[in-house]
Design a protein around this ligand. Sequence first.
Ligand code: SF4
Length: 257
Amino acid sequence: MDNITPGRNFNPASGDFDVATMNKLLDDAYLQQRRADSDKAKKSFAPSGLGWGSGNCPRFWYYSFKGGITRVDDNDAKSIANMAYGTQAHDRIKDLFKRAEVLIDDEIKVNSSDPPIFGFVDLLIRWQNESVPGEIKTAKQESFNIRKANKRPPGYHLIQLLIYMRLMNKQKGFFLYENKNTQELLVIPVTWTDANTKLVDDVFDWMRQTYKAFEEDKAPKRPFTIKSKTCKECPFYKNCWEDPEGKVEIPPLELPK
Ligand code: SF4
């Protein structure tokens, strides 16, 4: 776990400014913002939770739908600060679209029943005579440069927008990336190429297969090893590895890099 205050051991020459105590107060103030533990069952897949970490594991979704197992938020202060930064940037950038007089709505609910999906798309804008959904993302310099050079988002971002586009029946969407270091903006349009259509079809199939395992109460087999980073960071780690092996084989979700 990284400290958010790397200067915590700094001792000023005067010795009369207690830096360590201030650092601890700031760390604690962030940690107070962790989500409360919850064992509530989820009712649907969250598009923003697919494609990375335990969101790629069918067994993770099985436990999420089943409920009754406590999920502990063990985010450190840096992760909490990073999420808060993203939320603030979202608000600021949404306001830009509003000022530009193209914003139709923001935080629009998107859902489906087969497979069960629920999420919120960041933006809906009026663009060239169409209403177009958009997702706002912030990126560190290195990631921003990669997005800029490739002119495409990573798979775990792409699938989120493609799911919204399919459920909203939209032909076009876009990403708005902000460089966290320089505030430079990058617009990446997304359309229905053959590859994108296949990607969403495959992910919908995977969600249906995973949800069916939950409905039939057949736990999927563990697709990762006990020492994998994905498992170590999974909120169900303890339960998962204490429970018996699963009954159905469903591969982990794989998306383009
Ligand atoms: S601990 Fe690993 S195998 Fe188990 S649910 Fe989490 S990610 Fe999946």
